[in-house]
Design a protein around this ligand. Sequence first.
Ligand code: K1U
Ligand code: ZN
Length: 181
Amino acid sequence: MALRPVLQFPDPRLKRKSAPVGEITDEIRTLAADMIEVMYDEPGIGLAAPQVGAAVRLVVMDTGWTEEGAEKKPVVMVNPEIFEREGTLTWTEGCLSVPDFQAEVERSARVRVRYRDLEGAAHEEEAFELRAVCFQHEIDHLDGVLFIDRISRLKRSLYAQKRRKALERDEEPAPTTGRAL
Ligand code: K1U
Ligand code: ZN
């Protein structure tokens, strides 16, 4: 099966608030498996369901796999939520839905997160540094928030302008050369 495409800014579907997952159906299991494939293919260290057009509270993450010699250990999180946060840190973030842009974002330095897995078992995790940032970034996606919503208005509008121009260039028909081929 073809990989599900990742939606890109300014797609309005990235701004929707996603609904909690109720019953864990085959459809949810297939979505999770597809998201894992997309995350590794992009490549990325996380992916939220709205990024592939599914408005449900489902996230996949593997923050360690890109390190030298590391194995792939994807984690699927159903209805993840942050229930405790402390301190602040600044991290340079990117996003698979915000092409060609990175920026510093202020986040909580320590978070505690709870979620269910695909078997319905409950989990709690405490996270710091990259993993804490990734949890916050992915859960933001479930609420229709992109990391560019957390930077200055000036930086965001400069990026939006650059992106609009890039999209206009891509939409332009190829210039004619006067030759048949
Ligand atoms: O949600 C996403 O768009 C995925 C995003 C997660 C993320 C990255 C950095 C900070 C916070 C959240 C990415 O995975 S962007 C790609 C990336 O970070 C990466 C890609 C290859 C190797 C190492 C990192
Ligand atoms: Zn993202």
